[in-house]
Design a protein around this ligand. Structure first.
Ligand SMILES: [Zn+2]
Length: 300
């Protein structure tokens, strides 16, 4: 577990997502009240709690837990955190609230999406009492001391995806809305996962993000980045590459997901982040194939 300052009122706890540093963070935003952004998985919660302790934050002081979307690495730890942080409520897009209250169906779907190699790295979600779950899509959260967070819809990666604008810094907690950039592992690509990825929405979201002229983005995978235009351009470019690969493979017949993923994002199979690279790129190839086949079916 590693804690680092991100802005004068924002810290990041590296909670060792999927067992590695440099893959996932929970952000801590401090006004008079304290908010966490992103929960990691059930298995990263002990590191997040250790990070809060290292920052000198009492568990009772955390009042808000914001999830950008329902995926396990963003909301999977919400139930465990809610149990450990007794005064916190959990925010997520209202369309997904039922999955936090009753996660069994979601976990089965995630297991199919991430594959058997990566599944044991995700842990079991705990249900959250419905009265502690809040709709996030119109969030305007005043934490005191001029720290205000508001939600912006950023669908595509998933239909429920929200990003949270920090009005003080102008930075955006961007979740997976425009791709990941894990500099420590040399991995940077947009994630386009099964089952609900939407290419058209994703491209619109990246275009919308460009118009915001953001000074910073706070990536969940991983950390703050000030080169926002570069990050958005690269995500758009790598997305185009994947679309091209998938379209050609579909035209040729039966696409080989693992081979396409390795061509799109070459990474040494025995490299330290091999499981992350394989799981997230293969999930992306599968997600885009599924999107493309559904789209073709719909347009006949
Ligand atoms: Zn993610």
């Amino acid at each position: 577990m590693e804690v680092f300052a991100v802005d004068h009122h924002i810290w990041a706890i590296d909670h060792e997502l999927l067992g590695l540093p440099g893959v996932g963070v929970t952000y801590v935003v401090r006004g008079e009240e304290i908010a966490l952004i992103e929960t990691g998985t059930a298995l990263t919660v002990p590191q997040t709690l250790a990070g809060l302790e290292a920052l000198g934050i009492e568990r009772e002081a955390v009042r808000h837990i914001l999830c950008t979307h329902i995926h396990m690495d963003h909301a999977g730890g919400a139930g465990h955190l809610a149990e450990a942080l007794p005064n916190a409520v959990v925010y997520i897009h209202s369309s997904m609230a039922e999955h936090l209250a009753n996660p069994a169906k979601l976990m089965a779907s995630v297991r199919r999406a991430v594959g058997e190699e990566a599944w044991p790295l995700h842990g079991e979600m705990l249900p959250i009492a419905a009265e502690r779950i809040r709709p996030a899509e119109h969030l305007h959260l005043d934490l005191g001391r001029d720290i205000i967070l508001t939600a912006i819809a950023t669908p595509g990666h998933s239909p429920d995806h929200l990003s949270y604008l920090d009005h003080k810094s102008g930075g955006l907690f961007i979740g997976d809305a425009a791709g990941l950039a894990m500099d420590r592992w040399g991995l940077a690509f947009p994630v386009t996962p099964v089952p609900a990825y939407n290419l058209e929405a994703h491209r619109s979201t990246i275009a919308m993000l460009r118009t915001l002229n953001l000074p910073r983005i706070y990536l969940t995978h991983y950390g703050p980045h000030d080169d926002v235009t570069y990050q958005l351009d690269r995500a758009a470019h790598r997305l185009d590459e994947l679309v091209d690969l998938v379209e050609r493979a579909l035209a040729d017949g039966d696409p080989d997901v693992a081979a396409l993923a390795a061509r799109w994002v070459p990474y040494p199979p025995d490299g330290p982040a091999g499981v992350v690279a394989r799981s997230w790129t293969q999930m992306s190839v599968a997600g885009l194939i599924r999107y493309e086949l559904k789209r073709r079916q719909a347009t006949g």
